[in-house]
Ligand binder design. Structure first.
Ligand SMILES: N[C@@H](Cc1ccccc1)C(=O)N[C@@H](Cc1ccccc1)C(=O)O
Length: 632
């Protein structure tokens, strides 16, 4: 009752005003996270001068850490500080981490000889590792708290509004990430510096840092309007002790003389509160259902790795727009922003008219969509393989110097080098499009221009009597990529449709099925499935070692289909519950006899089973909410 009275004072169109601050906070935080992540690998490679392998491993370790730390955040929130304070404190840690990253990328700090390169790389590496650790702690720590805190702002009978909130929340995540993945690469490409002008990683990290400070300020401004649930003690410890006792008690009473109990957790009844046991049963039911879920993320997260590499072997020329391989990822948030409203307002209601499209069914279809996306990726790969030579994979060129003197060749940003007489240069990597090379010797200089296609490779012969443009002959070693990047759009469409059905629904499902004091813990459990999914990518890629990329895509699709069948069977036996209703029944009845408790539990489960069919929807009317609450 305290909770709904808090909310009643601050509502617009049936929605608590407080959620405005929460979604703006999420927008800024995701801008900060995805913006920083977008340029991270390039920072490792070009600023810290790491090789590709080291850069990739540190990048994935960082991402995995970001999804492991939610457990820590959830424990701190649920058992100690509460969600509000946890978000504030960990956001401060997060902002400090982002600022540390921005400072670590200022090359002038250690550039004593002012040649544009840092002189004490250890300093920059150490600072960026500290920064990344703080960011992982902050972003992961607040992640389960912010979504659960948003859900807390709704009363039990505002299920419809809460579902809309989770959709809007997801839109804000993608709005923020879309903007930042476009903006930070542009910032990185700028040049800045005090002594020398270099690529501006400090600005590319500085803007996300500023956005994280904005996120924190916005969240604090909303402070007076939030419903802040009190932490309820060290619930994780209680849960572990209770489960431990149930198991040991069961083992101690193995003989036939001991009557069986309905559920193995009921063996904890001798020492523990029935409410706690009921809550643990709810959480375990959901956690059990989570077991197959990492496989979805295994496929989903390959957008950033395998699919981007696939795009490097394709043609990104869209007429007026030339798309770089790593920019294809922005298709995901763009599609999310389009698909979420269409799904919510059109597709789901239409499907609901024909079949009862429960959350778990949506998630199952989401998994199938991801599998279809990988079949599409496999087909695209077969198409690419038909046209793709084995070497090289990017636009490259070399020059052969036929002149009687040494020559220099360069183009803005790329110095091909000094080529001795009758000798050849190494291959150099250039951007696609029209490239103008300047060729000069001690006595003459001239320009030579040529169009480069994605993935093409050329050798240029510089004759003895160089007058330039018309004298140089070129041989095309490798033809430009012919498979167009637009071919990737179907796979992006299916994976994103899968994400909407799986991830948006799963986020809301995890919230709705968790008891009040364990909501953040279940959100953290949900994010743990993402971390495990990322580890599976590494394991499968390492163990399977499939030489053909298309076959690897089909293998992943097949694995997900198998997992999807298992999940649909598990989902079939899942009974939707309303934790608040079950908890309320326990609290009302106090220590009534066992049979009564079980009846109440059954009643709560049946009520929610009816509600989850969609035949009944909450109207979100406050007075009605109040009446229902008071009755309880
Ligand atoms: N669609 C993603 C955001 C994204 C943006 C640009 C490139 C890739 C991804 C999204 O909505 N992410 C959510 C949910 C999520 C998804 C995967 C793993 C964990 C969480 C987010 O909260 O970041």
């Amino acid at each position: 009752v305290k909770r709904s009275s808090t909310l009643n004072n601050n509502k617009v169109l049936g929605y608590p005003i407080s959620i405005f601050f929460i979604v703006v906070n999420e927008f800024c935080e995701r801008f900060s996270y995805y913006g920083m992540r977008a340029v991270l690998v390039l920072y490792f490679k070009y600023f810290l001068r790491w090789d590709n392998d080291l850069a990739t491993s540190i990048y994935h370790t960082f991402v995995a850490l970001c999804y492991l730390t939610p457990i820590l955040g959830a424990i701190i929130a649920d058992s100690w500080l509460g969600k509000f304070k946890t978000i504030i404190y960990l956001s401060i840690v997060y902002a400090i981490g982002q600022v540390t990253m921005a400072v670590s990328a200022i090359h002038d700090i250690t550039d004593k000889d002012r040649d544009g390169t840092p002189d004490n790389m250890t300093f920059h590496v150490a600072m960026s590792m500290v920064g990344l650790f703080l960011i992982a702690l902050g972003t992961g720590g607040i992640k389960p708290c912010v979504s659960a805190f948003g859900g807390d702002q709704f009363s039990e009978h505002q299920e419809k509004q809460r579902r809309t909130f989770f959709s809007v929340f997801y839109l804000c995540i993608n709005g923020g990430s879309l903007l930042s993945t476009i903006i930070t690469p542009i910032l990185r490409a700028q040049e800045c510096g005090i002594y020398t002008q270099e690529k501006c990683y400090s600005l590319a990290f500085g803007v996300p840092a500023a956005l994280m400070v904005v996120a924190l300020v916005v969240f604090i401004v909303g402070s007076g309007m939030y419903y802040k649930a009190e932490p309820q003690g060290n619930i994780m410890l209680d849960v572990c002790k209770c489960i431990g006792f149930a198991i040991s008690n069961r083992v101690r009473h193995r003989g036939k003389q001991y009557p069986k109990r309905k559920h193995w957790m009921d063996w904890a009844e001798d020492r523990y509160d029935k409410l706690l046991i009921a809550q643990i049963k709810m959480v375990l039911k959901v956690l059990f259902l989570y077991i197959p879920l990492p496989m979805f993320w295994t496929l989903f997260d390959q957008k950033g790795s395998r699919w981007t590499l696939q795009a490097t072997t394709m043609d990104g020329n869209f007429g007026a727009l030339v798309i770089q391989p790593d920019q294809m990822q922005t298709v995901n948030p763009i599609l999310i922003l389009t698909l979420v409203p269409i799904m919510d307002s059109l597709i789901y209601p239409l499907i609901q008219k024909c079949v009862n499209f429960t959350p778990l069914r949506r998630m199952t279809v989401g998994m199938l969509m991801a599998a279809i996306a990988f079949v599409c990726a496999g087909l695209v790969q077969i198409e690419i393989d038909k046209t793709l030579p084995t070497f090289p994979s990017a636009s490259q060129s070399q020059f052969v110097n036929g002149m009687g003197m040494a020559l220099n060749v360069s183009t803005p940003g790329v110095y091909v080098g000094l080529i001795d007489s009758s000798y050849y240069s190494n291959y150099s990597l250039v951007n696609n499009g029209k490239i103008i090379f300047t060729i000069w010797s001690d006595t003459q200089a001239c320009n030579y221009s040529r169009e480069f296609g994605f993935g093409s490779s050329y050798t240029f012969y510089i004759p003895g009597n160089l007058v330039c443009q018309n004298d140089i002959t070129a041989t095309e070693d490798i033809k430009p990529n012919t498979a167009h990047m637009a071919l990737q759009i179907p796979q992006y469409f299916f994976i994103t449709a899968g994400e909407v059905m799986f991830s948006v629904t799963g986020l809301e499902f995890s919230y709705s099925q968790a008891p009040n004091n364990m909501k953040a813990v279940l959100q953290a459990g949900w994010l743990l499935t993402v971390a495990i999914g990322n580890f599976i990518v590494l394991i499968v890629a390492e163990v399977a070692k499939i030489p053909e990329q298309w076959a690897e895509y089909i293998l992943f699709a097949s694995l997900l289909i198998v997992v999807c069948v298992i999940f649909s069977i598990m989902a079939h036996f899942y009974t939707y519950i309303n934790p608040a209703e079950i908890e309320a029944q326990f609290m009302k009845k106090g220590d009534d006899n066992d049979e009564d408790d079980k009846k109440q539990l059954q009643k709560g489960m049946e009520m929610v089973k009816r509600n989850s069919t969609g035949s009944h929807s909450y109207d979100g009317d406050d007075d009605d909410d109040e009446r229902k609450k008071t009755k309880m």
